[in-house]
Design a binder for this molecule. Structure first.
Ligand code: FAD
Ligand code: 2HG
Ligand code: ZN
Length: 495
């Protein structure tokens, strides 16, 4: 068994060759194969593969020569079976919006893009169960079920590009987790192509199914290392009749937690999001045109901001509750907030959300991002951001040509802070200053070094900060069991 685990970690793989491309051509149309290798049906310039070989942040670069875009589960199965037999490693790729380099080859692995598997298979408006190909884009699924008065249980800033299969593979969290829980709860079934090409059909639409081990859970968050998700059955909630939001400006971070308690108590069942943005993140979002900022007067003296969303059954009832809450917050003897701006129409609703959702994009416009997606106790959010900033300052790494901003934002309701360090360039010096410093800080709070983005290639070396040796060894055994030849997304999650 030890030998098997060893093989799966260290196996050298074959490069994709002309014979492999010729085989793929026997069942894939020309437009479904992009290859730089010379072949009878024409090759593409290497630059045409850049969009597949580079990640969203411009941090990771692969050397894949070939991208295949199968249209069906059967085609995925044929490709994987072939690769397993001929030692070709595969990187499954969805919308390529991942933030940990998981969708980028570490060498010249074959990229298997799910983009052509983009059909909805069925939707039941009574149960709200949606069964869909893995390559459907999240926003398109949202649009598909909207006329049936349902919404997706997951929402995130990358919704216009990320795919539901990618969401499942990363167990993405996002902006609705507070209300609808994680994908471990809302995914009802999966269809997965296993490493030897076998199709695992667990695409059930059952709310309850306690028939032994719940195997599909293993693929949720496995980042394409255990199998390729080709179909997803997911429970979608009924659309709320009314949604409102408000952005609150706070004088100190210390007010965030008392505010969260107060908001939970006052809004109770209609609270659907409680998101945090510190002042630096807010200023960057405004600078780069993400949503319309609050007035100068409203933000004067604010150290941070909170976005509160409500989703409920009756607009008047929800508005009344929110207005009462705002009045109460402002009238108190020691107000927890400086000001609050309540959206008045759908455009303002989206604009307030954009201030929070748009931070990631704003940072990428400003510079290069070092991202730490951590779970820590809520009262440590500011401590961690400040400690990181001080640590960089002590090393003289803060400045226009080094680290421009250190900031925190994230999902307070989920205890998930996004610590972002925005620099002029990616440099080894900054990297060395940040790691293991940040991971040790997180471990000192018994936190998680990856709350929702996964491990990918970026954090394999740091896995031990959040998982003990017993857990890591079990993960290795599972990997060896599901993928004995180690062809699925090598060097991701496990080194
Ligand atoms: P990709 O980036 O293509 O792949 C991600 C990983 O999943 C890779 O390891 C890949 O090999 C694997 N994979 C992809 N598809 C499959 C499949 N069908 N079968 C097996 N493995 C597969 N993440 C959050 O959790 N919460 C957020 O709020 C959030 N906001 C974001 C905002 C922005 C602006 C951006 C750019 C990213 C954000 N992300 C967030 C990260 C990212 O969008 C998510 O991780 C998303 O789920 C990735 O989906 P994707 O289709 O782009 O997958
Ligand atoms: C978010 O919550 C995403 O906005 C992205 O998870 C976080 O950019 C990041 O670090
Ligand atoms: Zn997030």
């Amino acid at each position: 068994r030890q030998h098997l685990a060893f093989i799966s970690r260290c196996r050298p793989f074959s490069s994709v060759g002309r014979a492999d491309v010729d085989y793929f051509r026997t069942f894939l149309p020309t437009h479904a194969i992009l290859t730089t290798l010379p072949n009878d049906s024409g090759s593409v310039a290497p630059a045409e593969l850049d969009v597949y070989n580079r990640d969203w942040m411009g941090k990771y670069t692969g050397r894949a020569t070939t991208v295949v875009k199968p249209r069906s589960t059967e085609e995925v199965s044929k490709i994987v079976r072939w690769c397993n037999e001929y030692d070709i490693a595969i990187v499954p790729q969805g919308g390529n919006t991942g933030l940990v380099g998981g969708s980028i080859p570490v060498n010249d692995e074959l990229i298997l893009s799910l983009a052509n598997m983009n059909k909805v298979r069925s939707f039941d408006p009574v149960s709200g169960i949606l069964i869909t190909d893995a390559g459907c884009i999240l926003q398109e699924l949202t649009d598909y079920i909207a006329p049936h008065n349902h919404i997706m249980p997951i929402d995130l800033g990358a919704k216009g590009s990320c795919q539901i299969g990618g969401n499942v593979a990363t167990n993405a969290g996002g902006l609705r987790l507070l209300r609808y829980g994680s994908l471990h709860g809302s995914v009802l079934g999966l269809e997965v192509v296993l490493a030897d090409g076998t199709v695992l059909d667990q695409l059930t639409a059952l709310r309850k199914d306690n028939t032994g081990y719940d195997i599909k859970q293993l693929f949720i968050g496995a980042e394409g290392t255990l199998g390729i998700v080709t179909g997803v059955s997911i429970l979608t909630p009924a659309a709320p009749q009314a949604s409102n939001n408000v952005v609150l400006a706070l004088p100190h971070f210390d007010n965030v937690l008392p505010l969260y308690r107060k908001v939970k108590r006052s809004l109770s069942e209609i609270l659907s999001a409680f998101e945090f943005i510190d002042r630096t993140a807010y200023d960057l979002a405004v600078k780069h045109g993400q949503g319309r900022g609050l007035s100068d007067e409203d933000v004067a003296g604010a150290q941070c901001f909170v976005l509160v969303e409500t989703s409920g059954g009756r607009r008047e009832h929800d508005e009344e509750k929110l207005n009462d809450l705002l009045a109460e917050l402002l009238d108190a003897e020691n107000p927890l907030i400086l000001s609050g701006v309540l959206s008045q129409n759908p455009a303002q609703f989206s604009s307030l959300w954009a201030l929070r959702e748009g931070v990631t994009e704003a940072i990428s416009k400003e510079g290069k991002a070092y991202k730490y997606d951590i779970s820590i106790p809520l009262d440590k959010f500011k401590v961690v951001v400040d400690a990181t900033r001080e640590h960089l300052a002590e090393r003289n790494l803060i400045g226009e040509h080094a680290v421009k901003h250190v900031m925190g934002y994230g999902h307070v309701g989920d205890g998930n802070l996004h610590l972002n360090i925005c620099a002029a360039e990616y440099t080894q010096e900054i990297q060395d200053a940040l790691e293991p410093f940040v991971y040790e800080l997180v471990a000192s709070y018994r936190g998680s070094i990856s709350a929702e983005h996964g491990i990918g290639a970026a954090k394999t070396h740091a896995l031990h900060y959040s998982k003990d040796e017993v857990s890591i060894e079990l993960m290795r055994k599972l990997k060896a069991l599901f993928d004995p030849r180690g062809i699925l997304n090598p060097k991701k999650i496990l080194e």
